[in-house]
Design a binder for this molecule. Sequence first.
Ligand code: FE
Length: 198
Amino acid sequence: MKITQQLPDLPYDKKSLEPIITEETFDYHYGKHHAAYVNNLNTLIKDTPLVDVTVQEIIQYGFQHNDTLLFNNAAQHWNHSFFWHCLSPDEGKKPHGEIKKLIERDFETFEKFKEQFSTSAIKLFGAGWTWLVQNQEGKLEILSLKDAQTPIIENKTPILTLDVWEHAYYIDYRNARPKFVESFWEIVNWSFANQNLK
Ligand code: FE
């Protein structure tokens, strides 16, 4: 998917994922947190050659040059832009198509995959993201990465992600991250996962 240096539109109405994710959460998570990463990024790259490169290239640049502030803001912008598309009010609760086949190939059953992904997301200490990625051989892997870390710098293809920063769930679930993770499975956009496969 194409991620520009601007705050993208949400692919659905802010109310459409209620009660799993409320409009109030979107007002903060998208309208304040994600918007702040975009604003910070634009301030950091203003009047530099980075205004003309892709967000992915800015992430690589920040990583290679140990520019943590640039890396964090660019990666958080990319991760959130990707994350909004991982959710949908219109999908079933089960994977379908190619992603279903690959999950069954690499994790035996959807239930086993779901349990591994959920456990990884619940156990991730502090802030971060749990990812379903495809490695260079095409095999699916679950990765939990801290803070703004993103699989795109590891040459892994992101297929799905779940934001487990507290700002993702505190309004709707308070401290109950496991409940948020469980609810995520009701609104996964499996069509988007299919589009991301190599
Ligand atoms: Fe977030």
